[in-house]
Design a protein around this ligand. Structure first.
Ligand SMILES: [Ca+2]
Length: 304
């Protein structure tokens, strides 16, 4: 008799891991799924760069029981004026010897993982889009003789992206609008991405507040406190990760609108043209906010 191992779904996460704390809530969801063995977490690429970016994420992942997740960072995406207190605390307490030099270049991480992984891989993005745009436009290099487009077409089945505001045309959301790089990259991402994208927009996560019920000694609780969100935080990033982990928009509690998304490279404003043949979708909540709050709070609950 043959044992047929169940193929685990494989994910690469992109995160800004910046001043906000919803990335940390999202990463707990992903880390727990990986720790349980439900998924393979191939790597995490950080697309904002501060003094303690890598050390704080390494420390946080270690506290979640993950010590061998490959990390990448975009060292050019500097935010030298930002010193999120949660990052300083995590780095100091959990990974004092690490630095940003302990991660490889974020684009290289994507290309390495896609070159070696078996298809299908799914990409989750809860930060800025410049590394994904660079991946789409990347050429053959020492990592792979294939272009980024070829790697994506061969290996990636789906993008799950927190970005945009889709309840009205012409809206501006932070991940797309952050700076010139993110605006230009967002336009390219929407125009050139060769695989389907499901977007979770700002309007979906804003009123969904999670993380208020954690134990006082939980690392994630301290992150929320450091951010000034002891009573919970909007759930843009955790809802996106939860949606990706469930892997089916309807099963995760959403309707979808299919069509083609576009971003204005100058302003960062996003637009959507509905169509049956479009390769983009954005989600619309099917239930009351408490449905999503309860699902996430349960999945991130502190352990004794
Ligand atoms: Ca984020």
């Amino acid at each position: 008799m043959h044992n047929h191992p169940i193929t685990k779904r494989k994910f690469i996460l992109g995160t800004d891991w910046w001043t906000d704390c919803d990335d940390a809530v999202a990463i707990r969801l992903l880390a727990r799924a990986a720790k349980r063995g439900d998924i393979d977490l191939l790597g995490i690429a950080i697309n904002a760069c501060m003094e303690h970016s890598v050390a704080s994420l390494k420390g946080y992942l270690a506290s979640e029981g993950l010590t061998d997740v490959p990390l990448g960072i975009d060292l050019t995406a500097t935010n030298p004026d930002d010193h999120p207190p949660y990052q300083t605390r995590l780095a100091k307490n959990l990974c004092p010897s690490a630095s940003n030099a302990d991660a490889i270049d974020a684009l290289r991480l994507y290309r390495m993982m896609l070159a070696t992984a078996e298809a299908p891989v799914e990409i989750i993005e809860i930060g800025f889009p410049q590394v994904l745009a660079a991946l789409i436009e990347s050429l053959a290099d020492d990592v792979s003789p294939k272009t980024g487009l070829e790697l994506l077409l061969e290996k990636v089945s789906k993008f799950w992206i927190m970005a945009g505001k889709w309840d009205r045309d012409g809206e501006k959301e932070h991940n797309f609008c952050h700076n010139v790089r993110s605006r230009v990259a967002a336009e390219k991402l929407c125009r050139l991405c060769p695989v389907p994208i499901t977007f979770l927009g700002w309007e979906i996560g804003c009123e969904v507040i999670t993380g208020a019920k954690l134990a006082k000694d939980d690392v994630l609780h301290k992150i929320l406190v450091d951010h000034g969100s002891a009573n919970g935080r909007s759930s843009w990033d955790p809802m996106t990760v939860q949606l990706a982990l469930i892997g089916d928009e309807a099963a995760a509690g959403y309707d979808t609108v299919r069509g083609t998304a576009r971003v204005d490279a100058e302003t960062g404003a996003n637009y959507f043209i509905p169509s049956e043949s479009g390769s983009h979708q954005y989600v619309v909540r099917n239930f009351d906010v408490t449905y999503y709050e309860n699902a996430i709070n349960e999945a991130i609950a502190s352990r004794n």
